[in-house]
Write a protein that binds this ligand. Structure first.
Ligand SMILES: *Cc1c(COP(=O)(O)O)cnc(C)c1O
Length: 386
């Protein structure tokens, strides 16, 4: 089964480009709202780094989600898309002074702080602006996620977060500083996580740390468990909307939230991953030794995930019902890793056919580069084309 695309509308567009199915995006947001809403005290932030296309951002903002930013540029993009500053959180191991100042000027909801030196700089810069910054500590929970090594972030050896052993000391420092207010704890264990057991492990860790806070008579209103819920890259048509029911009910069952607390989530991939496809045209079919290549006009500069993480994207020939053959699907960039898939079964390919690389809504367009002096791909929504 292939996805449905307005191919007649594609004819006049310059390829490659990203195509976003806004109906699917809105349906996904509705499910998130319903499933998160069952708890009553859950707040969901969209992780802007997954996709900052302004049209995508504005649909997400309309749904009422907050924004999770990891740079000053993302804070600007979120504000421009209309996210209220009071729903913006700011994470990242290396926040520059100008980025901290920008966040202070806008009075964002919370800084998710990753080190003591960063905490001290936030305190200084807040003092200079005559403000008090709300801060949470990103704790490295030393919980492994069963995902690709390059996208696990919660192990002790990762650069992210503050060691659990240091938590009390860091809180003491925060409480001694005049221009920061300690409001809670933040976690994020990795990405593309499909095993709910990984989130259960995180919940158990949060429960332990909450007991340590209470042992010190600390009541914090904010617990943030990050994002990381994965999507079904193999079956974008069968499972277009991730299992948010299982995801949020895992937290409802296992995380002991106190009545005065709100649980925050930062979902990126699960929100936008399935609604986007990279649309390309076949330039050439070339015979190799024991194989044939379908050479696309899209390359790793447009979608880097296969080259960077050996990621799988389902590939479909939208223009053909010819008998299936196997192709190595490659891009035009001068790098041997510019390969989207090997021995991919596609309906017989001819020059000019439209090919869709599916499940490319997250970490696709936003990671595009101009390497080889290539133009950045544009993004179109189904709202605009249909
Ligand atoms: C990347 C990131 C997220 C979102 O991760 P997804 O896997 O896309 O859900 C959330 N929080 C932080 C701090 C991140 O760096």
């Amino acid at each position: 089964m292939k996805g449905t695309f307005p191919i007649d509308k594609f004819q006049s567009l310059h390829t490659p480009f990203y195509y976003y199915d806004t109906q699917l995006l809105r349906d996904t947001l509705d499910v998130i709202k319903t499933e998160a809403g069952r708890a009553g005290n859950y707040a969901v932030h969209y992780a802007v780094k997954a996709n900052a296309n302004p049209k995508v951002l504005s649909i997400i903002r309309e749904s009422g989600l907050g924004a999770d930013c990891v740079s000053g540029g993302e804070i600007r993009a979120a504000i421009k898309a209309g996210f209220p500053a009071g729903k913006i959180v700011f994470a990242g191991v290396g926040k520059a002074d100008w980025e901290i100042n920008l966040a202070l000027e806008h009075d964002i909801f919370c800084f998710n702080v990753e080190s003591i030196p960063e905490l001290e700089v936030i305190n200084q810069l807040a003092a200079a602006q005559g403000k008090t910054a709300r801060v949470a500590f990103r704790i490295n929970p030393n919980v492994g996620a069963h995902t690709h090594a390059n996208i696990t972030t919660g192990l002790a050896e990762n650069k992210f977060g503050i060691r659990m052993d240091d938590m009390e000391q860091v809180i003491d420092i925060a409480q001694s500083l005049k221009h920061v207010e300690f409001i809670g704890l933040h976690f994020h264990i990795g990405s593309q996580i499909l095993d709910m057991g990984d989130f259960v492990a995180l919940c158990n860790r949060v429960n332990e740390l909450q007991e340590r806070l209470e042992a010190r008579q600390l009541r914090v209103p904010y617990i943030n468990v990050g994002g990381g819920l994965g999507i079904d890259y193999a079956h974008p048509n069968r499972q277009p909307i991730p299992d948010f029911q299982a995801y949020f009910s895992t937290y409802r069952t296992h995380l002991k939230l106190r009545p005065y607390q709100t649980l925050h989530f930062e979902l990126g991939r699960a929100v936008v991953g399935q609604c986007g496809s990279l649309i390309s045209r076949v330039l050439y079919v070339k015979q190799g030794v024991n194989k044939q290549f379908a050479i696309l006009d899209a390359g790793m500069t447009d979608l880097i995930r296969p080259a960077l993480y050996q990621a799988y994207h389902k590939i479909e020939n939208l223009s053909s019902e010819r008998p299936v053959q196997a192709y190595d699907v490659v891009g035009p960039v001068c790098e041997s890793s510019d390969v989207f898939g090997k021995a991919v079964d596609l309906n017989g390919v001819q020059r000019g056919d439209f090919v869709a690389l599916r499940s490319a809504g997250a970490y696709g367009e936003i990671m595009a580069s101009a390497y080889n002096c290539r133009e950045l791909p544009k993004g179109y929504t189904s709202d605009e084309l249909c």
